[in-house]
Design a protein around this ligand. Structure first.
Ligand SMILES: C[S@@+](CC[C@H](N)C(=O)[O-])C[C@H]1O[C@@H](n2cnc3c(N)ncnc32)[C@H](O)[C@@H]1O
Length: 204
């Protein structure tokens, strides 16, 4: 299991290549899923966790300001450039989701796309996100997870060390279970691609 420092270093190393590496999947699958954020992100105080290079900026609803955090300064540099290009209103900060520097009950909507596959301690990260979410607020996740079938699950477990090494992402995270462990109540769990990529909405 990579440490937080190793995860930061890994994303710092691949930041320059990240958009290129993801381009085929982005074009084939991810882009329409991201666009759904436009219709569900709402409220005064909004947090995006693990903004990466800022691929969601063009999907922010018009007129909102978002606080965007990420562990990797190199990913954030790219996000800052993209925010200028896209005209996105986002306040970026280097921060670890496992230890957020925000008071309790701060945000109305918190969202993350393909992030909790790489957070070293996902339950701790999800508990921190719950701490800073207001009562009546909402968490929205787009995540790939470990498939249910025992054969596919086993294959994902075998391949996981390789994907972590190459991309920083664990492909066998049990994110719905991790959400429950962190105290979230799942309200929507929709399979977007088989039972591997999910759209999840949860309440604290
Ligand atoms: C696979 S990328 C996804 C980036 C972006 N959300 C997207 O959809 O393209 C994972 C991102 O999560 C960030 N990340 C990993 N662990 C984190 C942590 N503990 N706290 C904050 N960000 C983290 C990484 O630096 C990286 O930018």
């Amino acid at each position: 299991m990579p440490t937080t420092r190793q995860t930061r270093n890994r994303y710092n190393r691949i930041a320059w290549l990240y958009d290129l590496m993801e381009m085929p999947m982005e074009r084939l699958l991810f882009a329409p899923w991201r666009r759904r954020l436009t219709t569900v992100v709402e409220g005064e105080e909004i947090l995006e966790v693990g903004v990466g290079t800022g691929k969601n900026f063009s999907c922010y609803p018009p007129g909102i300001t978002v606080t965007g955090v990420d562990l990797s300064p190199r990913m954030l540099e790219r996000a800052a450039r993209r925010a200028r290009d896209d005209g996105a209103s986002v306040n970026l900060a280097e921060m670890d989701v496992q230890q957020l520097a925000f008071p309790d009950n701060t945000f109305d909507t918190i969202f993350a796309t393909f992030v909790f596959c790489s957070v070293p301690d996902p339950v701790r990260g999800l508990a921190e996100v719950r701490r800073v979410c207001r009562a009546g607020g909402r968490l929205i996740l787009l995540e790939h997870v470990r498939p249910q079938s025992s054969l596919k699950g086993f294959l994902f477990d075998i391949l996981n060390p390789l994907t972590v090494r190459l991309t920083g992402a664990n492909i066998n995270r049990r994110t719905p279970e991790n959400l429950k462990k962190a105290g979230w109540k799942i309200r929507v769990e929709e399979n977007l691609k088989s039972d591997i990529v999910k759209w999840i909405e949860a309440e604290p």
